[in-house]
Design a protein around this ligand. Sequence first.
Ligand SMILES: [Zn+2]
Ligand SMILES: [Zn+2]
Length: 133
Amino acid sequence: MEFVDRLLTCADCGGEFIFTAGEQLFFFDKQFKNDPKRCKPCKSKRAGAAMRPGSGPAAAGISRTETRTTCSECGIETTVPFKPTQGRPVLCRACFQARRPAAAVTGDASPSNLVGMGSESAAVDMMPIARAS
Ligand SMILES: [Zn+2]
Ligand SMILES: [Zn+2]
């Protein structure tokens, strides 16, 4: 089998590169079915990128934002997975969870609840109080 140099197009940079007879012989020898897709510079660039640490899902997890801050409720130092807004209270996990149920209860005592009960007198009685305060 005779091999002659062939001109191939690089899939990465679109440039032409020579697939030499020697390389074709090597490919034939190794029983590689496909022609090389990339020129040598692009191939080595790819290999370098794959070897470089800091890429991949593990690195993405580390780069998550954790901001050190002080709990505005109990004053302990804590970390939050977001950037706290200036002037807004930041709660540690314990305080946040202690607060949540209370907030849910006040949120549920809404007019929609009274309407659902069908208690007209309760709704009427509540209204002036709400307005006064
Ligand atoms: Zn290339
Ligand atoms: Zn706290």
